[in-house]
Design a protein. Structure first.
Lengths: 329, 274
């Protein structure tokens, strides 16, 4: 039996990020009969966050407010995590594998001696009860299993890595809400935000956790219209390569690669993407890889499950049109 | 102080050994590409400070086996003034927290000679890609952290960065001393010319051991590591692959192939905000 703590990532509006439910699901298996607690840093959760968390097995939600201190600063988040670990006696902490959470985890680990695994695709307990996480490394070409050797195990799971499941029906619908104010130390607030401009909201699914991703590279020559049409048809997120963002064709937040967003969707469709190693590092762990490129020598064809040597401006509209026709018929 | 890492070239065939550690003796080692952005950022800031009549020096630091000296040599070619290479058999197998403890000890030693105002790192190592080191080092040194900087400026004893996050663009500021990690958008690292390469040969590389730094060997290396790789295996190659040249019907064929495999559903994608 163990208490497992889950970091409840949420939007500034107070809406829970859907992928957190995957963490709650993984946490139930790790708790082994113990309780799953959630940490909510910031203003109150907005409906239906609490009942949804309850249905996914979260027994207690600790809502921690930091007062006037900006809780988006990762040193502040790290202190909130350390406080919640002390309060709950948790031996496992699960969070989504984002840049912000990696920073908070690193600081928590320095403060508590915890061991950390980032970018995990799965987590379980081995026969000895140790927390063991699996991940792909070296641009998706190798897989490893890592055991955490410390009393507190911190595992950052990739969005979409685990399929979320409800608990049995007789479970309570809403978790207990415990509210607390956190006194943040001076050392966590020495770097301050002087300006913050939120990004334009998008109707498309979040790139890092989308099921299907349509990606454009140099071959689009800046025209993403056929990609947008296909993405609309299949409910995909739009991604890009470094070349496409450097050319200013699309926002840099869409860049997939080792220094951008890492994706591992069920289906990756690359259009006009050559597949340079920097890009492959951010997508090679995808389930099925489709590539359309005019250059038969493009390295992406070495890893594609379905490759088409052809003009994306004729191939993509045909795919979109045919999917629409077949699914209507 | 700029922290750099020696890693296998990402263009080479990289692999893990039976101990789960990265094979580093393939002869394909190089400076972690993202650390070149860190060196460039520091060199530019030092040039600006000297231009304003202040004294400034860039020291590039690495922790690693013999070959790792190449990484600091590259840093010197890119304009750093001096280098430190921490070399000790007990370090092999260290995790990020062990590495952070060693780097922190280097900073304290450098600080005895002259104050260290700024620590600069890359955003990630292209081998492990955990991005844990910058925050771990800042926490170990109790320095303010300004991570993922796309732009760095120094003025009036403070450092200010612009960072482009997924959901916002932020400007952060902190008083010096501080730690900054820079992204690959922060600058275009210079290409060392012949003069730079010749000059780098005359610059000092100080080699230090854990004993020199007063670091307890039991806190680093595989013994001090908080995680342990149990298994490592190459991913099986993809099978049943299809490669066609468009004959006017390839798009239709792909659509049918996607539906046959149930890869395109009508249900909404995951990741929604509740």
């Amino acid at each position: 039996m163990a208490t497992v703590l889950v970091l409840l990532d949420h939007a500034e509006t107070g809406a829970l990020r859907g992928n957190v439910l995957e963490l709650a699901t993984a946490a139930r298996d790790l708790a082994d009969g113990g309780e799953v607690h959630g940490l909510w840093v910031g203003d109150e959760p907005v409906d239906p966050a609490l009942p949804v968390l309850g249905r996914h097995g979260v027994a207690v939600v600790h809502q921690v407010s930091t007062g006037a201190v900006d809780a988006r600063l990762t040193p502040v988040l790290a202190e909130a995590l350390a406080d919640a670990v002390r309060e709950t006696g948790a031996t496992v902490l699960l969070a989504l594998s984002t840049f912000e959470n990696k920073e908070a985890a690193a600081r928590l680990a320095v403060a508590t001696g915890a061991g950390v695994v980032t970018d995990a695709a799965a987590v379980e307990r081995d026969a000895e009860g140790r927390v063991v996480a699996s991940k792909t490394v070296l641009a998706g070409t190798w897989t490893t299993r890592c055991a955490v050797r410390t009393d507190l195990a911190v595992v950052l799971l990739k969005a979409g890595a685990v399929v979320s499941r409800h608990v049995d029906e007789e479970a309570p619908l809403a978790p207990e809400l415990r509210t607390r104010a956190l006194a943040v130390s001076e050392r966590a607030t020495r770097a301050v935000v002087v300006r913050r401009t939120p990004a334009e909201p998008s109707d498309r699914p979040d790139l890092s956790s989308a099921d299907v991703v349509v990606v454009g590279g140099r071959g689009t020559e800046g025209d993403f219209a056929p990609l947008e049409a296909l993405a609309d048809e299949v409910g995909a997120a739009i991604g890009s390569t470094r070349v496409a963002t450097d050319e200013g064709w699309i926002g840099h937040e869409t860049q997939i690669g080792q220094t951008g967003v890492t994706v591992s969707p069920r289906l990756y469709i690359g259009a006009g993407v050559s597949g340079a190693v920097h890009h492959r590092g951010g997508m090679q762990a995808s389930g099925t890889i489709v590539a359309v490129n005019a250059d038969p020598e493009a390295p992406i064809f070495e890893i594609a499950d379905f490759g088409i040597v052809g003009d994306l401006f004729t191939v993509l509209p045909q795919v979109t049109e045919e999917l629409r026709r077949l699914r209507q018929g | 102080m700029v922290c750099v890492k020696h890693v296998p070239d990402i263009q080479s065939e990289r692999s893990l050994g039976p101990d789960g550690r990265l094979v580093r003796d393939g002869g394909d080692g190089t400076i972690n590409e993202l650390d070149e952005n860190a060196v460039e950022a520091a060199v530019v800031l030092a040039e600006q400070a000297r231009g304003a009549g202040e004294e400034a020096e860039v020291v590039v630091v690495t922790v690693g086996p013999d070959d790792a000296e190449d990484a600091v040599r590259r840093g010197l070619q890119l304009g750093a003034d001096a280098a430190v290479h921490v070399l000790d058999d007990a370090i092999a197998g260290s995790d990020v927290f062990g590495t952070a403890a060693v780097l922190a000890a280097v900073l304290r030693r450098l600080g005895e000679q002259a104050p260290v105002d700024l620590v600069v790192t890359g955003m990630a190592g292209l081998d492990g890609l955990t991005s844990l080191l910058p925050a771990a080092l800042a926490a170990t040194l109790d320095l303010p952290q300004l991570t993922l900087a796309a732009e760095v400026t120094l003025a009036d004893g403070a450092v200010t960065v612009r960072r482009d996050l997924d959901h916002a663009v932020e400007e952060l500021t902190a008083p010096l001393p501080a730690l900054v990690s820079v992204t690959d958008r922060a600058n275009q690292p210079r290409y060392p010319n012949f003069q730079g390469i010749m000059a780098a040969r005359k610059k000092p590389v100080e080699s230090l051991t854990l004993a020199d730094l007063g670091v307890d060997p039991s806190t680093v290396g595989a013994a001090g590591a908080r995680t342990e790789v149990l298994e490592a295996a190459p991913r099986p190659p993809r099978t049943d692959r299809v490669l066609v040249t468009d004959d006017g019907q390839a798009g239709a064929r792909l659509a049918a192939w996607l539906l046959e495999r149930d890869l395109v559903r009508t249900t909404p994608a995951t990741g929604e905000v509740l």
